[in-house]
Design a protein around this ligand. Sequence first.
Ligand SMILES: NC(=O)c1ccc[n+]([C@@H]2O[C@H](COP(=O)([O-])OP(=O)(O)OC[C@H]3O[C@@H](n4cnc5c(N)ncnc54)[C@H](O)[C@@H]3O)[C@@H](O)[C@H]2O)c1
Length: 261
Amino acid sequence: MKIALIGNGAIAKLVTQFCATRASTLTIVGALGLAADTQSVGAHPVVYKLADLLALKPDLVVECAGHSAVEAYAAPVLDAGIDLVIVSTGSLADKKLYDLVKAAADRSTAQVKLPAGALAGVDALASGKLAGLTKVTLKSAKPPKAWKGTPAEKTHNLDAITERTVIFSGTAREAALTFPKNANVAATAALAGVGFEQTMVHLVADPGVTQNVHRLEAEGTFGSMQLEIQNNPSPDNPKTSHMAALSLMRMIENEAAGILI
Ligand SMILES: NC(=O)c1ccc[n+]([C@@H]2O[C@H](COP(=O)([O-])OP(=O)(O)OC[C@H]3O[C@@H](n4cnc5c(N)ncnc54)[C@H](O)[C@@H]3O)[C@@H](O)[C@H]2O)c1
């Protein structure tokens, strides 16, 4: 299977390394990057125009770049009839962009595939939804300093937080749009479960944690669940959980596997 990446950063590097270990089935043919991406994270070329990426005839395009890349490239990739994996799921909290991507997928033979990313329990949430979910809540906790550079700086003195403090509560839509750099997990929970308006999100500054901790709680006809994941950062980007790249690897491996799980 020929895979093209959009992005040439931390996730792209891990995915490239993984594909090298599956060289008989998975080949990265190229990556689309920004002007700053002068050095490839693998043996494949970096290109700067979508047309040049599509000229490499990929079977699958994997976005691991950011929200702007989904905006720029999702619809054209689908219009070219190529399946697209989107890891920057937070981009889809923008209803206009979601509608654009959905319309492109509907008119194409190709599909959009959303990995679980840094969130655990997406399979159970999406399965539980089939029998009806009554309540879905996501609690995302990080050390106080990890919220620097976000709107939490305006509402809280992050340096003075000494105990677990909820810095934001609202719907997944509000969470994703207010905290765009932290939007992916909230959006994935919403997309897998009861949607952006019905999924409640609490963002927490917790001096007692050192990792990014996501706790997904759901109730419905299936029963109830409380699942928590404590994510280590990825080796090359402390803001990205290692699990995000791992979930992409699993999705890509499944594309070429005889038995999928
Ligand atoms: N679903 C999840 O749980 C989850 C978790 C972590 C990260 N992510 C997403 O993955 C993305 C990539 O993470 P990373 O750690 O590899 O980031 P990174 O900053 O290490 O790398 C991003 C790469 O994409 C390139 N890029 C950015 N915008 C682009 C554009 N418009 N067109 C082409 N290339 C572009 C950058 O130049 C860089 O090479 C993040 O931006 C985030 O949206 C999702």
